[in-house]
Design a binder for this molecule. Structure first.
Ligand code: FCA
Length: 352
């Protein structure tokens, strides 16, 4: 073949190759076969390109500051690693399942979820399996037939933090020299959720073991774990116990305690007759930032950076490197008050 014709053929071949889908001059790394559970790949190069990774982050109460913060830190992780994060509200079972379908359509390889109902665990895992998606449960652990499911989980050390909450309330009660016989402990409960029950049980145990009379512990079961839910529950408790002159208030989260404090204020109680201690941080901070102190005395500051950034990072590495996260990660808390909350949150990098 004359040289010029041979050159033409080569040029044509190059053009065709370049226009073929997936035929690039620099080949993309091939996705590795998914390693068996518990195994890690030895390769250091990412098996999947970060830009091809989509991770879902579903939360049961998108309006709650805790969950907004989890999203904020997960977003930070997505930016840092260059993957796509799909944030979705999952207020009920229908939404959860529809959103997992939507994630599949988006090509997601995995998701992190705080489920609206822990009993949805088996249905969530079945759908994830069908789509080959990885799952990390955050905050609320999946339950199947009364048992925790063997699914990767990051939650707070609920019992321990509940005890911390009780201790902080009891210490302040003693410091103020209140008489036990005119004080009541209001416990806003949500006992169908394990992480909630462990927190409030921990608080009750510590306070009663310290000597506070058991018969002065009053539970108010909330129907929803938000401020209105806690307020409604507390108002009816207050109606039943007009003899109580001073209140300690604890709950599973800041919202529960804030609802209790608001209800008590409606009935004439205030900063000198309420010692409220919550679990959270951001909701408490808004209360501590008010010009005058209220009955919301302290909170156990928990860490949305760990629950948002770290879960997203674990999921990303699981997808791209086959690095399986620990089965269970429990995070800790620090007690903060009006005087220390902002400072400690800043130190922990939780504020902008
Ligand atoms: C649960 C609660 C949240 C937060 C989280 C760590 O999901 O509903 O308020 O306390 O645990």
């Amino acid at each position: 073949m004359p040289v010029h014709r041979r050159l033409c053929w080569i040029a044509l071949a190059v053009l065709v190759a370049a226009s073929l889908p997936g035929c690039k001059s620099k080949p993309e790394p091939e996705p590795a076969a998914a390693p068996a559970a518990g195994q890690t790949t030895s390769s250091t190069a990412p098996a999947v390109h970060p830009a091809d990774v989509t991770i879902g982050f579903l939360v049961k109460q998108p309006e709650e500051p805790w969950f907004q913060n989890e999203w904020k830190f997960a977003d930070k992780c997505a930016k840092e690693y260059g993957f796509r994060l799909s944030k979705m509200g999952a207020e009920n079972g229908e939404k959860v399942l529809a959103n997992i379908d939507a994630l599949h359509t988006q090509g997601a390889q995995g998701f992190i979820i705080c489920t609206p109902d822990v009993k949805l665990g088996p249905a969530i895992m079945a759908k994830a399996k069908q789509y080959g998606m990885k799952v990390i449960a955050v905050d609320d652990q999946f339950v199947d037939k009364g048992e925790f499911m063997d699914v990767h989980y990051m939650g707070i050390a609920a019992r321990k933090i509940g005890e911390m909450m009780g201790q902080a309330a009891y210490d302040e009660f003693q410091k103020r020299g209140w008489a036990a016989d005119e004080t009541g402990l209001c416990v806003v409960t949500y006992e169908q959720l394990d992480t909630a029950r462990e927190r409030t049980d921990g608080a009750i145990d510590v306070i009663t073991r310290a000597g506070f009379p058991k018969e002065r512990v009053f539970k108010a079961a909330e129907r929803t774990t938000d401020v209105p839910g806690a307020m409604e529950a507390t108002l009816s408790l207050l109606t039943q116990h007009p003899e109580v002159k001073k209140w300690l208030a604890v709950s599973m989260n800041d919202e529960g305690v804030l609802g209790a404090v608001r209800a008590m204020e409606q009935r004439g109680f205030g900063k000198d007759t309420i010692i409220g201690v919550g679990i959270g941080g951001t909701t408490a901070l808004a209360e501590f930032d008010k010009p005058e102190p209220t009955g919301f005395f302290a909170t156990c500051l928990i860490n949305p950076y760990r629950h948002g950034f770290e879960t997203a990072e674990m999921m990303f590495k699981w997808i791209t490197e086959g690095k399986e996260p620990p089965k269970m990660t429990l995070t800790e808390a620090t007690v903060v008050t009006r005087d220390t909350c902002r400072k400690v949150m800043t130190e922990q990098g939780l504020l902008d």
